[in-house]
Design a protein around this ligand. Structure first.
Ligand code: WT7
Length: 647
C-alpha cells in the first residue's frame, strides 16, 4: 500500500513515484545494459533461478528460421508452480492460489490454496492417465472461467499432455476445426455457465463440435446444473472421475523443447493457425515477465481479466502468477453485469493489487461515466496494465486518474499469441510511461523498425516492427502441423533470421515504441484478433452471396469492428439477408465477430484486373475523400454504395 505515491510527470512522460520505485524489484536501468551485452547469457542466468530436473547443455541454438532454448534441459512447469516453487513449498502451500468469483452475486466465491490446487491437479492428472492420455497427446479444453479451467490446464502439463484451450464463446464450428487439427481424443467442458444472468449450455455446443473429430470422451464439469444430453458411453462427470483418484501424481519429465500447448489464432486465410509453445522457454519467460512487469511480490493479488481461452489468460491468469506464488483471480461473468460497478466491487472485495485489462474495457467504463466508480478508493491497487490493442491517450488518462488515482504506474504491454509473453513495455519501477506508447523491449530482447527494404528507420518514421535474434525463450516454435505457414507468415518478409510481427510501429526520441496497428488483414475487435479474410470466407458460405468484402473500421469502444459488404444474386429482402449473414458469422466463429453493419450492394468497386478495392470501401464508410477513381473498372458502384451507406 505504501508503494503508492503519485507518479512524477516530466513533459509528456511519467515516472514511478518515489515509494514505488524504491520498493520495485527492478528500478535500475543498468539491467538493460547488462542484458544487451549478451542476451543469451542474460536469459541463462534467469533460467537458473528456476527448478530443472536436469540442466541444459546449450542455451540457445539457431537454425533459421527455427531456434531452441535450454537444449536438453529437463523440467516440469507444474513442479515450479507447486512442490519446487521458487518461494518454497512450505511457505506457499497454505497461501491462496486461486480466487474464483462466480457471476451470480448470491453464489459463494471459492478460494483454493496452493496445496488444494495441487491436490486437485494431481487427482485430475491421474484420472486423465486412466483414460489413456499420455505424454504428447492433445487434450481439448472448452471451459468458461471456472477453477477447473486452471486445474485442467495444469493437469495436462503435469502428465505432459498438450493442452489446447478453446475460448468458450467460440462457436461449436470454431471448436470443431481446432479439434480436427489437433486430433485430440479428450475434450473437457462444462454443463453450462452464467453470462448476464442466463445459463449458456456449453455441453450442447461441445456435442455438436465433436462430430467428425477424434474425440472419444467428453469430461463434463458440473457448474450450473442445467439439463444436458448425456451419452453413457462417451460422457464422464469430472467430479466422478476424480473422486477416488490419488492426490499424488509424479510429474512427467519434459524436455525443454517438448510442446506445452497449442493455441489457435487467426490466420490470413480461413483456417486458424495452431501456435505451438514449448515447456522450458515458455516457463522462463512467463515467470520473469510477470515478476518484473507486474512487480509481483508476496502480498500481491493479480487480476488479469483475460479469458483463459486467449494467450493473455494462459500466461497472466494461469502460468505467470502461479509460478510467482501470487493469488490469481478468476471471474466468471461479464464486466458490467448486473451493474457497471461489478468489476470495481471485485477489486475492492479481494483487495486486488495488480489489475491487467484491455483498452476496450477501459473505454466502456469511461462511457458509463464516473458515478459507478467514484465511490471506490481502490486503495489496494498498486499497478495497472493494458494489453491487446493500442490504448489511446484519452483512455490512458481516464484509467490513470480514475482507477490508478495517479499513483499506479500503467504498463502498456505489447505482445502476441506467438510471443508467449510480454515483450515490449516500460518496466514499472523505471518508466517512463507515455500515453499510447508501449515502452522499451523487455531486457534480453531486440526489436527494430524496418522499411520495406530492411533498412532500420529513424525516430518518428513508421515502419514494420521486427524482432531480431536471439528472439526470446517463450516465442512460438512453429505452427502446429504446418511448417509452410510458419515460414510464410513470419520469415518471408525479411528472411529467415528476422521475425516479422505484422505490426506497424515507430519510435520516439526516447526509443519508446508506439504500436500503430496491424499491417496484415488482422483486425482487433475488443482486443480479439480476427482477420477480414476469415470473415469473408464465412460470408461467402451463404448460398445467396456471390461476392463480398469485409473491412475493419474504427469503433469508439471496441477499437475496431468488422463491416460487411455483400453482393446477392437473388431478390431476397436485404433485411433478411443481413440477418442471415450475421447469424452465419455468429455460428461459424462466435458472437465476438458480429459485424457492426452489413450492406447488401449490387457491385463492389474493383480494379480492371478484378481486385476488390477495400480501401475505397473503408473511405466510403468513414466519408473521406476517395481520391482518384480512374483505375476502377466500375466507378458507378461507388455512388451506389455511398447512397446505401447514407440511408
Ligand atoms: C496483436 C496480437 C498480447 C496478447 C493478447 C493479444 C496487438 C497487443 C498491444 C498493445 C498495441 C497491441 C498487436 C499484436 N497488440 N498488445 N499493448 N498495443 N497493440 O494477442 O490476439 O495474438 O494479438 O495485438 O497488433 O500484433 P493476439
Amino acid at each position: 500500500m505504501e508503494k503508492k505515491s503519485k507518479l512524477i510527470k516530466k513533459g509528456d512522460l511519467y515516472y514511478p513515484g518515489k515509494v514505488f520505485k524504491k520498493k520495485a524489484l527492478v528500478n535500475n536501468k543498468k539491467i538493460y545494459r547488462e542484458a544487451d551485452k549478451d542476451p543469451v547469457k542474460f536469459w541463462e542466468k534467469l533460467a537458473k533461478k528456476l527448478y530443472w530436473r536436469k540442466k541444459w547443455k546449450k542455451t540457445f541454438l539457431h537454425k533459421p528460421p527455427y531456434f531452441q532454448w535450454f537444449i536438453n534441459g529437463k523440467l516440469n512447469i507444474t513442479e515450479n508452480i507447486f512442490e519446487k516453487n521458487y518461494e518454497g513449498w512450505n511457505k506457499i502451500k497454505n497461501k491462496t492460489a486461486l480466487i474464483w468469483e462466480p457471476e451470480p452475486i448470491e453464489e459463494e466465491s471459492r478460494k483454493l490454496t496452493y496445496g488444494e490446487l495441487f491436490f486437485a491437479v494431481c487427482k485430475f492428472a491421474n484420472a486423465l492417465k486412466k483414460l489413456g492420455v499420455k505424454k504428447g497427446d492433445r487434450v481439448g479444453i472448452y471451459l468458461p472461467m471456472v477453477p477447473e479451467v486452471i486445474i485442467s490446464v495444469l493437469a495436462c502439463a503435469r502428465i505432459g499432455a498438450v493442452h489446447t484451450v478453446v475460448f468458450s464463446a467460440f462457436s461449436s464450428h470454431a471448436l470443431q476445426i481446432r479439434l480436427q487439427d489437433t486430433e485430440a481424443k479428450i475434450l473437457i467442458t462444462v454443463d453450462g455457465y452464467y453470462r448476464r444472468g442466463n445459463v449458456i449450455n456449453l455441453k450442447q455446443a461441445a456435442d455438436e463440435a465433436i462430430k467428425e473429430t477424434s474425440i472419444e470422451k467428453i469430461i463434463v464439469v458440473k457448474r450450473s446444473h442445467n439439463e444436458i444430453s448425456w451419452n453413457e458411453n462417451q460422457n464422464l462427470w469430472f467430479e466422478e472421475i476424480i473422486k477416488d483418484e490419488s492426490d499424488e501424481c509424479e510429474a512427467e519429465i519434459m524436455d525443454s523443447e517438448d510442446p506445452l500447448f497449442v493455441l489457435y489464432t487467426s490466420g490470413s486465410t480461413g483456417k486458424p493457425k495452431g501456435v505451438l509453445h514449448t515447456c522450458g522457454g515458455y516457463m522462463i519467460q512467463a515467470y520473469w515477465t510477470g515478476k518484473w512487469i507486474f512487480d509481483l511480490k508476496d502480498d500481491d493479488v493479480l487480476w488479469c481479466t483475460a479469458d483463459a481461452g486467449w494467450i493473455t489468460g494462459h500466461s497472466y491468469t494461469i502460468y505467470s502468477p502461479l509460478l510467482n506464488a501470487v493469488p490469481t483471480l478468476l471471474f466468471e461473468g461479464a464486466p458490467d453485469w448486473p451493474t457497471p460497478g461489478r468489476w470495481a466491487e471485485i477489486i475492492e472485495k479481494y483487495r486486488v493489487t495488480t489489475f491487467y485489462t484491455a483498452p476496450t474495457a477501459i473505454r466502456m467504463f469511461e462511457k458509463y461515466g464516473l458515478e459507478f466508480i467514484q465511490r471506490y478508493k481502490f486503495k489496494s491497487l498498486q499497478l495497472l496494465g493494458s494489453v491487446g490493442e493500442p490504448i489511446d491517450e484519452s483512455a490512458w488518462l481516464w484509467y490513470f486518474r480514475n482507477v490508478g488515482k495517479e499513483k499506479c504506474p500503467i504498463v502498456d504491454t505489447w505482445w502476441q499469441t506467438e510471443s508467449g509473453g510480454i515483450l515490449i513495455t516500460s518496466l514499472p519501477g523505471i518508466g517512463p510511461f507515455k500515453p499510447s506508447f508501449t515502452g522499451l523491449p523487455f531486457p534480453g530482447t531486440r526489436f527494430d523498425i524496418f522499411d520495406d527494404k530492411k533498412k532500420s528507420l529513424p525516430v518518428g518514421e513508421r515502419g514494420n516492427l521486427v524482432m531480431l535474434p536471439p528472439f526470446s525463450p517463450g516465442m512460438m516454435r512453429g505452427v502446429y502441423k504446418n511448417s509452410e505457414k510458419y515460414l510464410e507468415t513470419y520469415w518471408k518478409e525479411y528472411g529467415k533470421k528476422i521475425y516479422f510481427t505484422s505490426d506497424a510501429a515507430y519510435k520516439d526520441e526516447n526509443d519508446l515504441i508506439r504500436i500503430v496497428g496491424r499491417v496484415d488483414d488482422a483486425i482487433k475487435v475488443a482486443g480479439h484478433r480476427m482477420t477480414t479474410g476469415e470473415l469473408e470466407s464465412v460470408v461467402a458460405l451463404h448460398s445467396d452471396i456471390t461476392e463480398c468484402a469485409v473491412i475493419g473500421i474504427v469503433d469508439e469502444i471496441k477499437g475496431e469492428a468488422p463491416v460487411v459488404f455483400a453482393v446477392s444474386k437473388n431478390e431476397k429482402s436485404s433485411e433478411q439477408l443481413k440477418n442471415e449473414i450475421i447469424s452465419q458469422i455468429r455460428k461459424e466463429i462466435g458472437p465476438i465477430a458480429s459485424p457492426k453493419e452489413v450492406y447488401i450492394v449490387n457491385d463492389l468497386p474493383k480494379t480492371r484486373s478484378g481486385k476488390i478495392m477495400r480501401r475505397i470501401l473503408r473511405k466510403l464508410f468513414s466519408n473521406e475523400d476517395l481520391g482518384d477513381l480512374s483505375t476502377l473498372a466500375n466507378p458507378e458502384s461507388v455512388e451506389e454504395i455511398r447512397k446505401i451507406i447514407k440511408s
